[in-house]
Write a protein that binds this ligand. Structure first.
Ligand code: ADP
Ligand code: MG
Length: 416
């Protein structure tokens, strides 16, 4: 399957080639022809599966084909939960539309609106936005959504988790009734299904790889220790392993800041990324992490979600997430196609309950070990320290990759 056989025009094929994509990812292969046909879509796809091109390329094609006015009303609206994600999508759109006369822009909170308002005034075809700032500017009549033909909800599950349900409803009420809707979500909770039923019209269901076929290729380890010893243990792991690019997850913003300070104190370059940081600080931290000047990026789930960070050799759960699916998203950041991806969780006794939830989701037990000098002070029941009885399932899956297409795609990515 090539991009050409998906029915894309030459200007888009050129842009895709310029990005170095040789073939479509699974989600692109499935979604692009359906979107070109005008279908509503309900897609389940994790981070890193190439969703952005999956919805952007066909939207660009449809916009280009029906272009008429000199004046540019907003014809496509892309909603995303975080500013980073919004900025990233806009970057991609610019690249994919380089040979087209299509204007796109991004708006989000945390920066002064004046520049955004000025750009809006010049007319844009595609607007990428976080819900809050979008509603702000709509309220002030700085933009109109009355001519929107395409609506994309990216990372819809995360938007609901972040409490955007009401904002989404408000935005839906501002849009014309007739339009094409695309909803992307990593998980299909009851809430997502409800949201989907409220605004999608006979949607086609599209799925990228089942989660487990990717996760099972990652080496997952649990180090049991005390809460009070976690920072020390993490620093030891970084230094002993000479890790140069580590993504560390904490549960709270406060926890991210604290941990970051401790790491920096030991002379290891680190930055925290979370919702309370200014836009500038977040962009800088991410850039530093990508270019290697920052070795450790400490992030909360929300801040990290959807970020285009190359696949990493190590991902650390400094604290386990209380939502099991988040564990899968987090560890999906490590080398999915290769054997060198390692996801390490530092688990204190209060988190053992989360381990159970995660194991239930994965369908197998996780191996837990103890590092000398960092033993947990509370002796746990023997069976919690033993190797899992049921690790055969994991091995089976390891030797039986379900989706060769996606593996190739990921291999591409890890080489970048
Ligand atoms: P998602 O939104 O699913 O998390 P993105 O759209 O951000 O994924 O894409 C993840 C990365 O993969 C980006 O760096 C993007 O440029 C790259 N990518 C997208 N499609 C392809 C493709 N067909 N071949 C190779 N790389 C791709
Ligand atoms: Mg994305």
């Amino acid at each position: 399957m090539s991009f050409k056989t998906l029915g894309l025009t030459d200007n888009l094929l050129k842009a895709v080639a310029q990005k170095g994509y040789t073939k479509p990812s699974v989600i692109q292969e499935k979604a692009i022809p359906l979107i070109l046909k005008g279908k509503d879509i309900l897609a389940s796809a994790q981070t890193g599966t190439g969703k952005t091109a999956g919805f952007t390329l066909p939207i660009l094609q449809l916009l280009e084909a029906s272009k008429h006015q000199k004046y540019k009303p907003i014809r496509a609206l892309i909603l995303t939960p975080t500013r980073e994600l919004a900025a990233q999508i806009q970057e991609n759109i610019k690249e994919y539309s380089i040979f087209l006369d299509i204007k796109s822009m991004v708006i989000f909170g945390g920066v002064k609106p004046a520049k955004q308002i000025a750009t809006l005034r010049q007319g844009v075809d595609i607007l990428v936005a976080t819900p809050g700032r979008l509603l702000d500017l709509e309220n002030q009549k700085k933009l109109s959504l009355k001519r929107v033909e395409f609506l994309v909800l990216d990372e819809a599950d995360r938007m609901l988790d972040m409490g955007f349900q009401r904002d989404i409803n408000k935005i839906l009420a501002l849009l014309p009734k007739r339009r094409q809707n695309l909803l992307f979500s990593a998980t299909f909770s009851k809430e997502i299904k409800k949201l989907a039923s409220e605004f999608l019209d006979h949607p086609a269901m599209v799925e990228a790889t089942p989660e487990n076929s990717t996760v099972d290729k990652i080496i997952q380890k649990i180090y049991r220790t005390d809460k009070s010893n976690k920072a020390k243990l993490l620093i030891k792991l970084i230094l002993d392993g000479n890790w140069q690019q580590v993504l560390v997850f904490t549960r709270t913003k406060h926890g991210a800041n604290n941990l970051c300070k401790k790491i920096v104190k030991k002379g290891i370059s680190a930055a925290a990324i979370h919702g309370n940081k200014s836009q500038g600080a977040r962009t800088k931290a991410l850039a530093g992490f990508k270019d290697g000047s920052i070795r450790v990026l400490v992030a909360t789930d929300i801040a990290a979600r959807g970020l285009d960070i190359p696949l990493l050799p190590q991902v650390i759960n400094y604290e386990l997430p209380n939502i099991s699916e988040d564990y899968v998203h987090r560890i999906g950041r490590t080398g999915r196609a290769g054997a060198n991806g390692e996801a390490i969780s530092l688990v204190s006794s209060d988190e053992l309950e989360y381990v159970k939830g995660i194991e239930k989701l994965l369908g197998y037990k996780l191996v837990s070990t103890v590092i000398e000098g960092f033993e947990p002070s509370l002796i746990q029941p023997e069976n919690e320290k033993l190797k899992p009885k049921n690790s055969s399932r994991r091995n089976n899956n390891n030797t039986k990759p379900k989706n060769s297409n996606n593996r190739n795609f990921n291999r591409n990515k890890s080489r970048r």
